[in-house]
Design a protein around this ligand. Sequence first.
Ligand code: CAA
Length: 388
Amino acid sequence: MNVGIDQIGFYTPNYYLDLRDLAYARHEDPNKYLIGIGQERQAVPPASQDAVTMAANAATQVVTAENRNQISLIIFGTESGVDNSKSGAIYLQQLLGLKREARAFEIKQACYGATAGLQLAKDFVAAHPDRVALVVGSDVARYGLNTPGEVTQGCGAIAMTVSAQPRTLAISPNSSVYSDDIMDFWRPINHTEALVDGHYSNDIYQQFFQKTIQAYCAEQRVSLTDFRALTFHLPYSKLGLKALRTILPEVDESQQQQWLTEFEASRVYNRQVGNLYTGSLYLSLLSLLDHSQELTSGDQIGLFSYGSGAQGEFFAGTLQADFQNYNRRDQIEAALENRQRLDVYQYEEFFTKWPTFKTANVTIDPALDDAEFVFTGVIDNKRQYRRR
Ligand code: CAA
């Protein structure tokens, strides 16, 4: 039985910062950001968008009249959730009007949360092929103004339906995982921004990639050349390229060229949006599906997921007949192109005013936001959401 990703939805807010502008403001060479980090633009959330609203804006694209009643598992991967107790999945269920006869919960393990959700969903659907799972990865990546991590911020959400008739990507039954207690990136409970040992996190990411891809090939008796393309968790796109380069010497020149070409396709969206934390790997997958010139159904894709702290997982997917969706691609490209550019002063104001968990009762005017789902404030310590 094929189980995997049926449909993918993506949402990112309507504002961005051009990283050339940020480079000038931070007295850096723009090429450090454009080439050295591999990012061009960074999505910036208005006060009316948080992990819940972004998830709802992505999920509404994949919940249909056909699958609505089959959705009986809702998994919300995030590391920038809005409540220490109540899960984002319950808010999502309510906002989308999903049926109550469902398991709904949140998963946290840094940027790995959506992959944990996808793997659980795959096993659930394999055991109950008549049901559908909804998995989201939704985050606001915040490192702070004037920090080295600032250039690797961003925000957005990915939503995936997982079914036994996947139209996009069948997921391999097995995967290779590796975890260890690593202090490379963390966010203490009273912090609104992540703490990070940036260069260390890059090293651990590449080590976990090596360990998991090699274990996968050995355990599943497949060769590196069985993968037509490799996709990566991309907190910033250069990091995936660094990981890819570590295995290039193991294949011939034509395979190297093919992987590098597909890698460029897999980072088109990420370069424009920045870091989605949990959604980054799946935005990269979406970018590959929408921009590859070579891939055909039946091709094998390798996926590397990483969450600091740290958890790594390598697994494979097989492209299904309808993996390309030109309508979806046109909509995403139009949405990215139509965003409003913020100057650095405006971005800093958005950043400072964005309501973190420290913000007490407040009213947010969503007038600057054209999204379907918006956050309108906090009353009696209860977050208020609205569908328009
Ligand atoms: N032209 C071209 N390239 C240039 C350049 C120029 N003018 N100037 C510098 N560069 C290159 C550098 O050579 C370097 O390239 P390499 O990495 O290939 O050597 C690159 O630009 C970056 O330069 P620095 O290393 O000097 O940059 P930095 O010290 O300011 O920090 C960073 C970069 C460590 C990525 C920092 O932005 C950071 O800490 N980011 C956050 C941490 C992160 O994203 N880690 C990723 C894994 S952890 C994760 O994903 C989080 C999770 O699970 C939640």
